[in-house]
Design a protein around this ligand. Structure first.
Ligand code: 11C
Length: 344
């Protein structure tokens, strides 16, 4: 099996390399990025080629491609990869709204990926954990309304933002330590800021619009009553989401907990019992990198009909929210050697 990764040197690209070794250990890898370079990962050295080589007549053909590029570069390379015979998983926003392209959360709607599909869009890293939590509950109770607030890690803004954040945090907190020196919270370090995805005339950022649009498409409910507000917090990895959810029918909290604790009904979910949310934090999600942590399930005190719950969902944005979902979606075409990465 020949697999290529575009954007191999980025944060998600690197995670994808690691997961490919688990899912398809015998695969031959071809790595591409903006220019020729060498990548060292987990003590191994890889040759990375400039992606423009894929535009050459004699470009390498293969079976499966993961594209972890920005929207413009996805637009440039995805059609070429399909033309070269690859089955493609694109992680950008470019094809998510295209009605001909399945938008897939493994464990929720991955069964729509069959042999006839050549291109799959991978959703945003906030949408994936939210859908893993809500889809099994929707099957039981029907879904009426969702309001979600996100607290997103800096790594979602890419490797340059993460590097600057780590340097600023180190310098800033050392300065605080020495006392007397002001900590300049101009970037993400020590800060909470509105998500900087472009804001349109609606006043909502692209991140907020993605979460709304993608949830409706994945659940096949174009009219779903859903709204979102997103912000970025001074955390390296792990997106945290608080949701208020109203169902069509009254919910029993024990039933909710038992559904979310059953991997057959709620794949790739780890339910953490208790309203206090013990074990439910950005750092904890980094210990369960390929699962959505769901907890703090409790009634919404405003609800007299017992149809609403409040809950929290946390996921590693680089793994569960990107690389793991992409690899799992591709296991519908090429079954995984590692059962934890196999999409149902
Ligand atoms: C963030 N969710 O945290 C974004 C990063 O459309 O897949 C991923 C952007 C996307 O800023």
């Amino acid at each position: 099996m020949r697999i290529c990764i575009l954007g191999a040197t980025g944060l998600v690209g690197r995670e994808t390399i690691t997961l490919i070794a688990r899912a398809w250990p015998g695969a031959t890898l071809a790595l591409f990025a903006s220019r020729d370079q060498e990548l060292t990962l987990d003590g191994k050295s890889y040759e990375v080629l400039g992606a423009s080589r894929l535009e050459a007549q004699d470009a390498p053909r293969g079976d499966l491609a993961f594209v972890a590029l920005d929207d413009d570069h996805s637009k440039r390379y995805v059609p070429r990869l399909v033309e070269l015979g690859y089955r493609v998983i694109d992680k950008s926003n470019t094809y998510r709204a295209d009605p001909k392209v399945p938008l897939v959360v493994a464990g929720v709607n991955s069964s729509i990926v069959d042999d006839s599909v050549r291109l799959v869009a991978n959703p945003n890293c906030t949408t994936i954990p939210l859908m893993l939590a809500l889809s099994p509950l929707r099957r039981e109770f029907g879904l009426s309304e969702v309001t979600v607030s996100t607290y997103q890690a800096v790594s979602g803004a890419g490797i340059a933002a993460l590097d600057a954040f780590l340097a600023d945090a180190r310098d800033g907190f050392q300065a605080l330590d020495r006392l007397g020196l002001p900590f300049k919270a101009s970037g993400y370090a020590g800060n909470t800021v509105p998500h900087n995805g472009g804001t349109d005339e609606s006043g909502f950022s692209s991140e907020e619009r993605k979460l709304i649009f993608e949830s409706r498409k994945i659940l096949s409910t174009p009219e779903l009553d859903i709204s979102a507000q997103c912000c970025r917090v001074g955390v390296a990895v792990g997106h945290y989401e608080n949701a208020w959810v109203t169902f069509d029918r009254p919910v029993d909290l024990e039933r909710v907990a038992s559904i979310l604790s059953d991997p057959a009904r709620s794949p790739f979910v780890k339910h953490l019992p208790g309203a206090a949310g013990e074990g439910l934090s950005a750092l904890h999600c980094v210990q369960d990198r390929d699962l959505a942590l769901v907890g703090r399930i409790r009634p919404d005190h405003r609800d007299r009909d017992r149809k609403s719950v409040c809950l929290t969902v946390v996921g590693d944005n680089l793994r569960l929210g990107a690389a793991a979902n992409a690899v799992r979606a591709a296991t519908r075409w090429f079954p995984s050697a590692d059962r934890d990465l196999q999409a149902p």
